[in-house]
Design a protein around this ligand. Structure first.
Ligand SMILES: [Zn+2]
Length: 241
């Protein structure tokens, strides 16, 4: 089993404080946008589906999921599962390019994305309007879901930042245990200072999710934050196995 950490763009945010409530307000920040490819003997997973690059994002050349899969010798139809941590705008842009895959998303997230409350920002309907008839495994909240039934890729509830956010627990045969936090902890500061990640559906749930992530770090998981520029990761074409 291999994990590829793929950076597809650098996002430029004028106010870090938007993500770290009260800390570093007004400070500009650079944030990588990652997606992940897992090659497992029983199938390929794509975790998160990329960002649309506009004036606020600098793309990595040929860094999008389609191009990276191609470099690995795969077509989109070879991807068995597309796992979305959540469906905010910076994680969904390439969703419609995977009509042959099974999407694994929390049901509460799908519902919020398709008909979000007026005050619930962050979703871009245009990205997934053509995916209504795709195949979905719609997970209920709270449960853990063992994708391949062998403990190597387990999805766990970390809602709060969004209605149905989930994080990914990986058990790599050689490297060991990694948690892809998604935006339940966008930045390392979210965890170190217990600051909920930006606008949240539920601040209480977001805090519980930070505590849950802290627990996984305490028991030996290495945390890969979703938008932390200071974290040194092995980036594609390098990998973890
Ligand atoms: Zn994000």
């Amino acid at each position: 089993m291999k994990l590829y950490v793929c950076m597809m763009a650098m996002m430029h945010l004028g106010n870090k404080g938007a993500l770290t409530r009260g800390k570093d307000v007004g400070k500009a920040i650079e944030m990588p946008n990652y997606f992940y490819i897992i090659e497992h003997k029983d199938g390929i997973c794509l975790v998160d589906a990329g960002v649309e690059c506009t004036a606020n994002e600098t793309p990595v050349p040929e860094g999008d999921p389609i191009s990276v899969l191609k470099k690995l010798g795969h077509e989109p139809r070879d991807v068995r599962y597309v796992i979305l941590t959540h469906m905010h705008i910076d994680h969904t842009f390439y969703m419609s390019r995977f009509p042959d895959s099974v999407f694994i998303i929390r049901k509460s997230e799908l519902k919020m994305a398709w008909w979000h409350d007026k005050n619930e920002g962050g979703y871009c309907y245009e990205h997934y309007k053509d995916t209504r008839d795709f195949k979905y495994i719609q997970l209920p909240d709270d449960v853990d879901f063992d994708v391949f039934g062998d403990g190597s890729v387990v999805l766990t509830d970390t809602r709060g930042h969004s209605a149905g956010h989930q994080s990914v627990l990986l058990h790599l045969p050689e490297y060991g245990r990694i948690m892809l936090t998604g935006d339940a902890a966008s930045l390392e500061d979210n965890l170190r200072f217990m600051l909920v990640p930006g606008t949240c559906t539920s601040i209480g749930k977001a805090e519980e999710s930070l505590q849950k992530i802290q627990h996984f770090e305490d028991i030996g998981y290495e945390l890969f934050f979703s938008h932390e520029a200071t974290q040194k990761l092995r980036l594609f074409p390098d990998f973890y196995e």
